[in-house]
Design a protein around this ligand. Structure first.
Ligand code: ADP
Length: 517
């Protein structure tokens, strides 16, 4: 390991290893298969690049994204390390050239897109090489349970198995729950892997969830308070990215936009401008990010909730890569859940996959609603325990006591019970409100005993209460084109008066304010 430490200083200029890096590298140098779950920015590249430099031969790095490969190879070349990549972006002549040089043993590291591995050209190349290590980046792509399944990753185990002397395999991901980790190990055929889950608590990030606010006004004020800071605003759709971008530009804020509808040149251009601080704010969809390594991103604002905690933490985690204090703000409105649900239900994925995605969505919703330390919530979701509460997320800072909302919850739950899972959230809210809407009268719902039980409430707040009860697990929302709400088993003890339901005072108080009394 001394040699590794020297190399760390000599090649990268770093004085010491980060948490986890030393153990991972040590294991790899001993030839152990490894599954390393390190958060974005945790420093995983060093974990396989250093062994690649220390071991004889050419290490193969499997990576799914073309732009990421190029960035990595450029960075290595700048450090004086010979490395190259093979993917569909190369023209035929360059491709052949890389193959030739690889067979001559020119490269210490060769980055390869997964779909390239299966070709006969690559197989015959691999048979000539001494491969001391195979590193698999974004390894969660092999798992159906992950949030970014890629069928080409499924071929990996077969390819590795066909290699003459199977080298140690190191799988890396930033985003794996315990089930996904197990699945990765199985799918890649890892042999008694060293498993590391470490460094998820990015203690320089202050997480917050902001609900019930006018997003545009919030963002304007937020940016006005930080005139010198650079950050990213993530939107769920291209259309929103355009709108927010327009809005900021009108305000004279130097902003760029990035989404899948722009040309490669436009995207490369706006990415550069952001990287070199010519633009202060990047408004982007999730198309932006893989492989950006801008250290001084001071904030990441999510205009809308993303579809799962993995994506959220990955995107939010682009703040503060330099270790300085940074903020991650999630703007959350209950109806955003519906938008995401709609996208999942309309997707072409099979039923099992859709139900996995829906569960992930509900966990994300729990995050948005939870009273727990937000950092702890995320970290424990990834399987890392014993992390102290952060003391600076919006939940840690919100000291307000919880209030008992059992009575109101029982009214809402019994109304849902009476409607027998036949209607959606908005109709349940209308019944509780005592609406005279045509549908309600036609269905005779105005004759229910629970009709108008919350007539003093604003309808939106009733909807909000129902979603809170969903997030807390008392209610369930069905799948399908017309999602309906029904009682979960957990509702029973509430209805029977055996347990109480609580909610943070601030949330309950907001309701009273909007009611105007
Ligand atoms: P990721 O895990 O997201 O791939 P990277 O490997 O790109 O992360 O590393 C994130 C940042 O941390 C990079 O800027 C890298 O140079 C830096 N880094 C990695 N290891 C160390 C270290 N031991 N000491 C200081 N900086 C490090």
């Amino acid at each position: 390991m001394n040699q590794a430490r020297q190399m760390l200083k000599q090649v990268y200029g770093f004085d010491s290893f980060r948490k986890g890096q030393e153990d991972i590298i040590g294991g790899l140098l001993e030839g152990r298969d490894t599954l390393a779950i390190l958060p974005t920015g945790g420093g995983k590249s060093v974990c396989y690049q250093l062994p690649a430099l220390l071991l004889p031969g050419t290490t193969i790095v499997v990576s799914p994204l073309i732009s990421l490969m190029k960035d990595q190879v450029d960075a290595l070349n700048r450090l004086g390390v010979s490395a190259a990549y093979l993917n569909s972006s190369l023209d035929a002549a360059t491709y052949r050239d890389v193959i030739r040089k690889t067979s001559q043993g020119v490269y210490k590291l060769l980055y390869v897109a997964p779909e390239r591995l299966d070709g006969t050209m690559f197989e015959s190349l691999a048979s000539q090489l001494h491969i001391p290590l195979i590193a698999i980046d974004e390894a969660h792509c092999v798992s159906q349970w992950g949030h970014d399944f890629r069928p080409s990753y499924r071929q990996l185990a077969g390819w590795i198995g066909r290699l003459e002397n199977r080298p140690p395999v190191a799988a890396f991901t930033a985003t794996a729950t315990p089930e996904v980790s197990q699945d990765i190990a199985d799918m890649l055929g890892l042999r008694k892997p060293n498993v590391f889950v470490t460094g998820f608590a990015r203690t320089n990030l202050s997480l917050s969830v902001v609900t019930g606010t006018d997003r545009r006004k919030f963002l304007r004020d937020y940016l006005a308070q930080r005139p010198d800071q650079s950050g990213i605003v993530y939107t769920a759709t291209r259309k929103e990215a355009e709108e927010v971008y327009e809005d900021l530009t009108k305000l004279g804020i130097s902003a760029g936009k990035y989404h899948g509808g722009l040309s490669d040149t436009e995207r490369a251009d706006t990415q550069e401008k952001f990287r070199f601080d010519d633009n202060r704010v990047m408004v982007a969809t999730n198309a932006f990010g893989m492989g950006i390594d801008k250290p001084n991103v001071r904030f990441v604002v999510h205009w809308q909730m993303p579809s799962d905690v993995e994506s959220y933490y990955q995107e939010a985690g682009r703040a503060g890569r330099d270790g300085e204090e940074s903020e991650c703000v999630l703007l959350f409105e209950p109806q955003d859940v519906q938008v995401q649900r709609f996208l999942i239900e309309r997707s072409t994925a099979d039923a099992e996959r859709r139900s996995i995605q829906l569960n992930k969505l509900y966990t994300m919703m729990h995050y948005s609603r939870s009273d727990r330390c937000l950092l702890q919530f995320i970290v424990s979701y990834f399987g890392e325990e014993d992390v102290p509460s952060c003391g600076k997320c919006s939940n840690c800072l919100d000291q307000s006591a919880k209030v008992d909302i059992t009575e109101d919850s029982r009214k809402a739950l019994s109304c849902v019970g009476r409607l027998k899972g036949r209607f959606g959230v908005s109709l349940v809210a209308k019944v509780l409100k005592g609406s005279r809407e045509k549908r309600i009268i036609e269905f005779g719902l105005d004759r229910l005993s629970t009709y108008g039980l919350l007539r003093n409430w604003v309808e939106k707040e009733i909807t909000d209460l129902i979603y809170y009860l969903v997030a807390e697990g008392y209610l369930r929302i069905s799948e399908g084109e017309y999602p309906t709400v029904s009682l979960a088993a957990e509702a029973l003890p509430v209805l029977e008066g055996k347990i109480t339901v609580t909610r943070r005072q601030s949330a309950a108080a907001k309701r009273r304010t909007s009611e105007g009394n």
